[in-house]
Write a protein that binds this ligand. Structure first.
Ligand code: GDP
Ligand code: MG
Length: 767
């Protein structure tokens, strides 16, 4: 018989599974990354992890699987992501639960602990953020806490990697051992009632009887639905019980019992620094007084946003203008002409973009010089088709990364959570909660994770409405459209600052999103906002390492996309723009007779109200086909633009970047400024890329809602584009727009009051 050695057996045995469970923002993902060496995204706001994630820890005698779960405040879940955590703990039976506690917020975090302890599973407590506790001068005695709670407690700092080895060693020790659930309610008046129910459950061989018993006494929705046959008996037990204060509100009674127990027994492990004066405001409070001010909060947010755009896009940094000597800034005659500024200093973002442009021009020229003797179509395909398209997109990567980095700094410091809080005050009036703002802000990075993040919303209507407007928060891939076109406007018409245009377009997106949500919530998706229970995280300094990881991830993502989807699209676009319907090869100047042009011209009239339809000359179709290729990936809009412009302007000397190429297209097509702005808005708001559409479909509760979502995107982008073009071209049309808006608002008010009267009547009828 073959004998197994120890190692082989270990491979066969199922690996041990440890689950990380804790409140939102307590450092679960940071610990997960530390233990498994992964680079999952952490963030200083609740709800960053909405699905479970697994990794391996290798420093125990055998490899252990670590599972990172979404944060939860209690085991009675309200939102889809919270259900993920609860079900994992109960159904997948981890070998050990690592309950992470934010030690700076001991009592609130222990509330969840008291519930986890009721489950028959080994538990270890990781007392995280101990570095912050020490810094404040407080002390927590882990040994005292361990003795009182009766499960191992290890003080750690997930961020600095302190105490994590001890944590894992002790977790490994207790993993798989038997532990019977224990409830802190044992000493309360409810103990008889809970025990009776627990005994009944045990009699039926139900796992974790104590846990289910407490939840059934609480009348937890999920439990009540799962144990219907037992309800009669439980109600019988309950009917004999009545509390002086809480009456028969068992949920409140149990919550009260837990908190009382925690403050009486566990809080004693914490000694506050005697020197900190409680009446004095903490640093965080002081900053909050300014940043979350009732009146100044929102203007301050807009100002901060503008500062970011100025830093990334401005070609007139700090508005110094030409005050500084021109020549040594603009370096005329060199390869770096205009990179550092021309008529003004460039912002860091614009400088990076300029440098990238120099690099791309250098590559394009190099390739062109190698190809001098090859046939025209080879040079055309390589230089104009592929390099023209790719460089249009690649030259914006530094700016995209810088912008995303600044946003993620705002997020990591905890400021974005404050913005959600400020906006909650306003949004609540329209039946929306500030919670919905967080996935929206994530949309600035990419719509896909943002849409998935809507699982943190409890209300289905609110979720649907939020998923629909997330694409309006212009993602990284849409940024080249904004930059290329606003840069092109500045270059061709010599007006405006590129940063002001990009900033305004972002604001247009945000405002459209908020108006659209308000409109939905007052008409087809009525309902009150769910309570906003997020607490404000402490202000924290962003971590350099995690910022760099994020940048690296995003850069990889864009470059991968550039050399796959976008590369393929540029090649296809080049071919269909250089062949006629009877498959004859066309010169660049004959592109107007191509298959692509024919297709573009066919639907071009549809866009006349937006300014880039029939009023343009024979090159107008370029805008249409660019917008359509954007449905695959938004970078394609500028890539297609680049490819076609490079062909049109093959003989014109110009830089190899999206801005110069756009300027060329503007000249060639005779498009106006309002039409260009409408073009940006249309691309920003219309149907997003394929990946986002697929995600939206998956996150919608049913097919009908998804179909309406597509209709919604098309209509909204068309309407916003039209308004921009009309008002931009003929300012007096603003009166028409306002009149129509007033009619719509009046219509909604009438519709809503009618609906109310109708409901009222219904109620009367019933009586
Ligand atoms: P999660 O929501 O529980 O997954 O929490 P995250 O892992 O995303 O962390 C939330 C915030 O807490 C981040 O800003 C982390 O940098 C920070 N953080 C996590 N662990 C520690 C720690 O041990 N010390 C300090 N000072 N900050 C931490
Ligand atoms: Mg997390």
């Amino acid at each position: 018989m073959k004998s197994f050695d120890k190692n082989e057996l270990m491979i066969i045995a199922k690996p041990k599974k440890f689950a990380l469970v804790g409140n939102p923002n307590c450092g679960k993902t940071t610990l997960f990354n530390n233990l498994t060496g992964s680079t999952a995204h952490t963030g200083n706001w609740p709800g960053v992890t909405v699905d479970r994630r697994e990794g391996e820890y290798k420093k125990c005698p055998e490899t252990v699987t670590i599972v990172d779960l979404p944060g939860i405040y209690s085991l009675s879940p309200y939102t889809p992501e919270e259900v993920v955590s609860r079900n994992f703990i109960l159904d997948e039976k981890p070998d050990c639960i690592i309950n992470i506690i934010d030690a700076t917020n001991l009592e609130r975090n222990l509330y969840l602990t008291t519930q986890i302890m009721e489950i028959d599973v080994p538990v270890i407590i990781a007392l995280n953020m101990i570095d912050e506790v020490k810094k404040s001068g407080d002390t927590i005695d882990a040994a005292v806490l361990e003795k009182k709670i009766g499960v191992p407690v290890v003080a750690i700092s997930a961020l600095k990697g302190e105490g994590t080895t001890e944590l894992m060693d002790r977790a490994y020790e207790i993993a798989g051992q038997k532990r019977d659930g224990f409830t802190v309610l044992e000493q309360s008046k409810l103990s008889h009632l809970i025990n009776d129910v627990a005994i009944a459950l045990k009699g039926q061989d139900i796992e974790n009887p104590l846990f289910h018993a407490v939840k059934l006494v609480e009348s937890d929705e999920l439990e009540v639905a799962a144990h219907k046959p037992l309800l009669g008996m439980i109600d019988n037990f309950k009917s004999t019980f009545q509390d002086d204060i809480f009456g028969v509100d068992f949920e409140a009674l149990i919550a009260d019992g837990r908190y009382k127990y925690i403050s009486k027994n566990y809080s004693t492990a914490l000694t506050r620094n005697s020197k900190t004066d409680k009446s004095k405001l903490t640093k965080s409070d002081k900053i909050d007084r300014v940043l979350t001010h009732r009146i100044w909060g929102i203007p301050m947010f807009l100002l901060i946003l503008f500062a970011i755009f100025h830093l990334v896009f401005s070609e007139n940094f700090l508005f110094i203008g030409a005050a500084l000597g021109k020549d040594w800034v603009s370096l005329p005659g060199t390869a770096f002409e205009g990179v550092f500024g021309a008529g003004g200093i460039n912002s860091p973002g614009a400088i990076l973009q300029g440098l990238m442009e120099v690099l791309m021009t250098w590559i394009t020229d190099g390739v062109a010089s190698l190809l001098v003797n090859s046939p025209a179509w080879v040079t055309g395909l390589l230089c104009d088709g592929i390099l023209g398209g790719l460089s249009a997109v690649l030259s914006f990567i530094p700016q995209i990364l810088l912008l995303l980095m600044l946003f993620s700094i705002l997020e990591d410091t905890g400021y974005m959570a404050r913005v959600a809080f400020i906006l909650d005050r306003i949004l609540r009036r329209f039946g929306l909660s500030g919670r919905a703002f967080m996935p929206m802000i994530m949309g600035f990075g990419c719509s896909v994770p943002a849409m998935i993040n809507t699982r943190t919303l409890a209300d289905e209507n609110e979720r649907v409405a939020t998923v629909r407007v997330i694409p309006f928060f212009s993602c990284g891939a849409k940024l080249p459209i904004l930059t290329a076109i606003s840069g092109g406007i500045v270059m061709s018409f010599g007006i405006g600052n590129a940063d002001i245009i990009t900033y305004s377009m972002y604001v247009v997106g945000i405002v459209t999103a908020i108006l659209a949500v308000v409109l939905m919530k007052t008409t087809t998706m009525k309902g009150d906002a769910a309570p906003f229970i997020m607490e404000l995280p402490n202000y924290r300094l962003p971590q350099f390492k995690s910022l760099m990881l994020l940048m690296w991830d995003k850069a990889k993502h864009f470059i991968q996309k550039a050399f796959t989807i976008i590369l393929a699209s540029t090649i296809i676009i080049w071919f269909v723009s250089h062949f006629s319907f009877d498959w004859k090869f066309l010169e660049d100047s004959q592109m107007n007779n191509s298959i692509l042009a024919g297709f573009g011209k066919l639907i071009q009239p549809l866009f006349t109200p937006l300014g880039f339809g029939s009023q343009l000359n024979e090159w107008g179709w370029v805008f249409i086909v660019s917008a359509i290729t954007g449905l695959i990936a938004k970078e394609n809009v500028v890539a297609t633009f680049g490819t076609l412009a490079a062909c049109i302007g093959a003989n014109v000397v110009g830089g190899a970047d999206g801005i110069a190429e756009t300027a060329l297209m503007i000249q060639a097509s005779g498009i106006t400024i309002p039409a260009l702005i409408a073009f940006i808005a249309f691309n920003m708001i219309t149907i997003p890329c394929m990946a986002a559409v697929a995600t939206a479909k998956a996150e919608m509760p049913n097919k009908k809602k998804f179909k309406w979502t597509l209709v919604f995107w098309i209509c909204t982008s068309y309407i916003v584009g039209t308004i921009i073009y009309l008002v931009g071209s003929w300012w007096w049309t603003i009166f028409i727009v306002l009149a129509v808006m007033a009619l719509v608002v009046a219509g909604i008010i009438i519709y809503n009051t009618k609906a109310k009267i109708f409901k009222f009547k219904n109620k009367k009828d019933k009586k």
